[in-house]
Ligand binder design. Structure first.
Ligand code: AMP
Ligand code: MG
Length: 488
C-alpha cells in the first residue's frame, strides 16, 4: 500500500488528543526553498509511504510539515529534564514538532516528528532551527545504529530549507524527519509530576504501558512494573552502546526514552582507540557523559524516573520509596548480565561456558586493549581471523605482543566460534572522521561522500571489497583533536 498524495496520508492525533496538558498545537516554519537531501526509502516502505511521492514538491513539503494532512494536529510537546545534573522544569520541543502518529505496515504506531522546524513556545532564546551537518549526523548515526541491531529512533529524511541560519558562521538550514516508537521520555514524566496533577501522571503512565510495555498492565502494581520494564530496556540498551563503543554524549533525562530507543544524536561519537574515559562533546567539560560513565548515568536517570512515579507506586510515600529503591537496585545486575552476554558473543563464546571461565579472559583483554590503545571496532572484527588461522592482522594492533599472544592462547582454548563473531562484530561503524568528511561536504553542497558512507554503515556486518577506508581508523592527528558539538 502506498500513499500517493498528502490528502491520503492518515496522521493520527493520539498524543495531542490524549494530552492537551502536554501539547502545544503549533505549525512548522515555512521553508523558503526546500530541497530533499536524503530519503530513507526502506523506512518509507515500512511506513506505507511511496518514496516517489515523497520526492515530489508536495511530498517534500509534507516531510517538513509545510503541508499537513487533513485532520492532523502538529504539536510541540512539553517535557522537563535534568541537563548535566541540573533540573529544568520546562524544556519542551523548542525546535521540534510531533506531526502525529502513523500506522506502519506492520500495524504499529510510530511518531512522525520534525527537528529544526522553527520556533515554538518552548524555544526560550533559541531560533528553533537546525542546520544541515547535525541533522545529517543524526540521520547517518541513527540508521547505523538500527543496522547494528540497536534500538533507536529512525530517520526518514533530511530536507534543506534554503534558509541561511546564523551560528558561529552562517550555515544552511535543514529539517530532520524523525520516526520513533514514541517521544515519551523520562522528562515527560518529570514534567507531569511537576504539575502536581496525579491524574495526568497516571494517564501518561497508562499510555506508556499501552504503547511500550503492555505486560505491566497485568502486574500487581502496574506502575512499578512500568518502571521495571523501562529499567530493563535501558539496561539492555546501554549495554549495547558499550559493546559497540558508542558514546551518546548528552544523556540528560529528556534524552532517555520509555521505549528503550536511543534518541537525540547530538554530540555522539564512536570510540576508536579503546579508552574508558573517552568523551567527545565540547560541552561535556567534566566528562559526566564519558564512555565508562554511561551505565551509572542511566541508573541516575532511572532514579529520577522512579521519583516522578512515586505517587503512583504507593499511596504511602515511604513505602513507595522503599519499593522504588529495591527495583532500581536490580539495574546493575540487569546491565551486567546484558553486557556479559554481549561480550561473550563478541568473543565467539556462546552459551556453553560457565561465567567463571570467561570473566578473567574478558578482564585481561580490556586491560590490554586500553594499554595498547587498540581500535575497538577493528580489534573485534579482526579477532575471528585468529581462529581461522591468521592471527597477524589482529596481532599487529598490539604493542605488548608477548602479553597478547598469551591471551590469544587462553582465549582459543575456549573454542570460539568465528561465525558468531562476524555476525556480532561490525566491520563498519560511522567513524568520526568519515562522518565529519561527509557532513562538511554536504554543508558545502556536495552530497558525494554521504552515499558511500551510508552504504557502508547500513550493512555493517557485510565486509565488502572497495570499502577498506570505511573500516580503517582515523589518522592519529584527527582523533587527537576530535570534538563534537551539540549542533542546533
Ligand atoms: P536537545 O539538545 O535536542 O536535547 O535539546 C535540549 C533542549 O534545548 C530542548 O528543549 C530543545 O528543544 C532546546 N533547543 C535546542 N536547540 C534549540 C534551538 N535551536 N532553538 C530552540 N530550542 C532549542
Ligand atoms: Mg533532546
Amino acid at each position: 500500500m502506498s500513499v500517493l498524495s498528502v490528502q491520503d496520508l492518515v496522521l493520527h492525533r493520539d498524543f495531542a488528543a490524549a494530552f492537551p496538558e502536554l501539547s502545544m498545537p503549533w505549525t512548522a516554519e515555512t521553508a523558503p526553498d526546500p530541497a530533499l537531501l536524503v530519503l530513507n526509502e526502506p523506512l518509507a516502505a515500512e511506513l506505507g509511504l511511496d518514496p516517489a511521492a515523497l520526492r515530489t514538491p508536495d511530498g517534500v513539503r509534507l516531510l517538513i510539515g509545510n503541508t499537513v494532512p487533513p485532520g492532523a494536529t502538529p504539536v510541540a510537546q512539553a517535557y522537563a529534564g535534568h541537563q548535566f545534573g541540573g533540573y529544568s522544569p520546562r524544556l519542551g520541543d523548542g525546535r521540534a514538532l510531533l506531526l502525529g502518529e502513523i500506522t506502519a505496515v506492520d500495524g504499529t504506531r510510530r511518531d512522525l516528528h520534525l527537528k529544526g522546524s522553527g520556533r515554538t513556545p518552548f524555544s526560550r532564546g533559541g531560533d528553533g532551527r537546525a542546520v544541515v551537518g547535525p541533522m545529517l549526523r543524526e540521520y547517518v548515526v541513527s540508521e547505523a545504529m538500527h543496522a547494528l541491531g540497536i534500538p533507536t529512533t529512525r530517520s526518514l529524511a533530511v530536507v534543506a530549507t534554503g534558509r541561511a541560519v546564523q551560528r558561529e558562521e552562517v550555515l544552511p538550514g535543514a529539517v530532520l524527519t524523525r520516526v520513533a516508537s514514541s517521544h515519551l521520555r523520562v522528562g515527560s514524566f518529570q514534567y507531569a509530576r511537576g504539575t502536581g496533577d496525579v491524574a495526568l501522571l497516571r494517564r501518561l503512565a497508562d499510555a506508556a504501558i499501552r504503547r511500550h510495555h503492555p505486560a505491566a498492565a497485568d502486574a500487581d502494581n502496574p506502575y512499578l512494573a512500568l518502571f521495571e520494564a523501562v529499567r530493563d530496556v535501558q539496561a539492555s540498551l546501554i549495554a549495547r552502546w558499550m559493546l559497540v563503543g558508542f558514546v551518546h554524549g548528552v544523556m540528560n533525562t529528556d534524552n532517555m526514552t520509555l521505549s528503550g530507543e536511543t534518541i537525540d544524536y547530538g554530540p555522539c561519537a564512536f570510540l576508536d582507540a579503546f579508552d574508558p574515559t573517552a568523551s567527545f562533546s565540547s560541552i561535556d567539560t567534566g566528562g559526566r557523559y564519558a564512555y565508562r560513565n554511561q551505565p551509572v548515568i542511566a541508573e541516575w536517570n532511572l532514579a529520577r524516573f522512579a521519583e516522578s512515579l512515586l505517587p503512583l507506586i504507593d499511596d504511602d510515600a515511604d513505602a513507595a520509596v522503599e519499593r522504588a529503591v529495591a527495583s532500581l537496585g536490580v539495574f546493575r545486575e540487569r546491565y551486567s548480565v546484558a553486557w556479559s552476554a554481549g561480550v561473550r558473543a563478541k568473543l565467539g563464546l556462546a552459551g556453553a561456558l560457565p561465567e567463571g571461565a570467561t570473566a578473567p579472559v574478558v578482564d585481561e583483554l580490556f586491560r590490554s586493549l586500553e594499554q595498547s590503545r587498540v581500535d575497538h571496532t577493528r580489534f573485534f572484527r579482526r579477532l575471528s581471523g585468529a581462529v581461522r588461522g591468521d592471527a597477524e592482522p589482529v596481532r599487529e594492533l598490539f604493542v605488548d605482543l608477548a602479553g597478547f599472544d598469551a591471551w590469544l592462547e587462553r582465549w582459543r582454548a575456549l573454542n570460539p566460534d568465528p561465525e558468531l563473531m562476524d555476525r556480532t562484530n561490525p566491520a563498519y561503524i560511522p567513524r568520526n572522521h568519515l562522518v565529519e568528511e561527509a557532513l562538511d561536504a554536504a554543508t558545502g553542497g556536495d552530497l558525494g561522500p554521504l552515499g558511500p558512507l551510508l552504504d557502508a554503515v547500513t550493512r555493517p556486518f557485510d565486509e565488502r571489497p572497495g570499502l577498506e577506508r570505511y573500516a580503517a581508523p582515523a589518522p592519529a592527528e584527527f582523533s587527537a583533536g576530535f570534538r563534537t558539538f551539540c549542533g542546533t
